[in-house]
Design a protein around this ligand. Structure first.
Ligand code: GDP
Length: 476
């Protein structure tokens, strides 16, 4: 049987209340050692006021609770001490609890025990970590939905269908002489195809899930004086970057955090592109690296530079626009749009024509010809900023209010397995349609089944489970 573990369950630092959680067969025993005044019989799931005594000294008055197995988070006996907050105080209490017979819990060990006890599947366990780490409101919503079993239900639904299809196909294999086709091939193909489509849609939702989980880095790049700093300020809604009419005044890169469509976005302003040496050169180099690693690069072009003044800056921008993927994402706000630029591997790019307040339509048309699809904005008046936000989100496949947003895959592990399931189910569907041998169709369906089960954490190795729980914090 497992040993008894303990950890501080609340966040580090001072708080009104701090909770020490104890789980395992000796939870009650350990609790009684630190709260010796408890009555002989303690009702499960009921708070009791108790004195906490360490080394013969009363150190706190706390609410303690015992949640007896299996009705607890971990499925084991769980005891909690709701003590007064304070890092030093809680640290002392934890020491006392450990001295009373518990072992310090590792990262995610409580949740891991819940998973091992079958209290939650792996999608819910992963959602626990996501919820704790979530920074944007939408990330919180998605994690909460996943914790409530949204993704689990979808995956179980797909799995039930695969099991049903497999049963039909295997029955056909088992009774070959009778020549009965228990399920018509066209029907089998259609239903396997639906499973593939469902799994694929879930796998693709990771594009959104990744952004929600990790946030989005957006770098503003372009020629000096194009208006990058002004644009950053306009997007943030306050003075964050230094704006100056003198080219190249942004010496270092400036960051600002905003929330777009519920996703945490970090905007990065980079210095103008020009040759400088020394410390400034290094700062420039850092900024360039940073811009290259950003999820989206917003190429800011000064529309007022005009035909004659297009010169070096736009020439350089043009190279960037066409060099990466030969197509700028432009205005598409749809979740699937942007010419495949939101796949995650390549960096998405959005071109912006700034200072549109001072140029006429004829000039703009000329600029459009030069730079291709672009969002027209004015950092000065704020015109077009909404479209810019939409284009950036669209470029990474995140659109506001797009579809069933709460069932979203948030881990690469889940996405890979679901993509694998889609491939196998597609093979089964095509095999059934072309009249492939039942054994082959069954093999593909089994592969789909294994992938779906693995999403839920069934039949996966310890190494996979270790990796999932490695990103948890201690006490969860
Ligand atoms: P950066 O070097 O790319 O960061 O450019 P700045 O943001 O420092 O802007 C350079 C100059 O262009 C400043 O004088 C800004 O006031 C001006 N500017 C920036 N955006 C706009 C705009 O949309 N309209 C107009 N008229 N001027 C702008």
């Amino acid at each position: 049987m497992a040993d008894t573990i303990a950890a501080i369950a609340t966040a580090a630092g001072a708080g009104g209340v701090g909770i020490i959680r104890i789980s395992g067969p000796d939870a009650e025993l350990v609790l009684r050692r630190v709260a010796p005044g408890l009555p002989a019989v303690v009702e499960s799931h009921r708070l009791t006021l108790a004195r906490v005594v360490l080394a013969g000294q009363v150190v706190d008055q706390a609410l303690v609770v015992l949640m007896r197995a299996p009705r607890s988070y971990t499925g084991e006996d769980v005891a909690e001490v709701h003590a007064h907050g304070g890092a030093v105080h809680l640290g002392r209490l934890l020491e006392g609890v450990l001295a009373a017979g518990a072992r310090a819990a590792g990262p995610g060990e409580f949740t891991r025990r819940a998973f091992a006890a079958g209290r939650i599947d792996l999608t819910r366990a992963e959602a626990v970590a996501d919820l704790v780490a979530a920074e944007g409101e939408r990330a919180v919503r998605v994690a909460a939905a996943q914790l409530a079993g949204g993704l689990e239900r979808r995956v179980r639904g797909l799995r039930a269908e695969v099991v049903a299809l497999l049963a039909e196909v295997e029955a056909t294999i088992d009774f070959p002489g009778e020549g009965l086709e228990l399920i018509e091939r066209g029907e089998l193909s259609r239903r396997a195809g639906l499973v593939a489509a469902g799994a694929r849609a879930l796998a693709q939702s990771f594009r959104v899930g990744r952004v929600l989980r990790d946030g989005l880095e957006v770098a503003l790049v372009g020629a000096p004086n194009a208006g990058k700093s002004s644009l950053l300020n306009a997007l943030v809604g306050r003075e964050r970057a230094v704006v100056s009419a003198e080219p190249g005044t942004t010496r270092d890169f400036v960051e600002a955090r905003v929330s777009w469509a519920g996703a945490a976005v970090t905007l990065i302003d980079t210095p103008g592109e020009r040759e400088v040496g020394g410390v400034e050169g290094r700062a420039l180099e850092l900024a360039r690296v940073r811009a290259e690693q950003a999820d989206v690069r917003v190429v800011v072009v000064d529309a007022s530079a005009g035909a004659g003044g297009v010169g070096v800056g736009v020439g350089a921008n043009r190279r960037q626009v066409t060099g990466d993927r030969g197509q700028a994402p432009g205005h598409e706000g749809g979740s699937g749009g942007s010419g495949g630029s939101g796949g995650g591997e390549g960096r998405a790019e959005v071109v912006v024509l700034n200072k549109c307040d001072v140029v006429g339509e004829a000039e703009r048309a000329l600029m459009r010809e030069r730079v291709g699809a672009a969002v027209e904005v004015s950092a000065l008046t704020g015109a077009g900023l909404g479209e810019l936000v939409e284009a950036v989100l669209g470029a990474v496949g995140v659109a506001e209010g797009g579809g069933d947003e709460t069932v979203v895959v948030t881990s690469a592990r889940q996405a890979e397995l679901l993509a694998g399931c889609a491939v196998a189910a597609t093979a089964a569907s095509e095999g059934a349609a072309r009249g492939a041998h039942e054994e082959l169709v069954a093999a593909d369906l089994r592969a789909a089944l294994v992938a779906l089960s693995a999403v839920l954490g069934e039949g996966v190795g310890e190494d996979v489970i270790d990796a999932v729980f490695a990103r948890f914090c201690i006490g969860k």
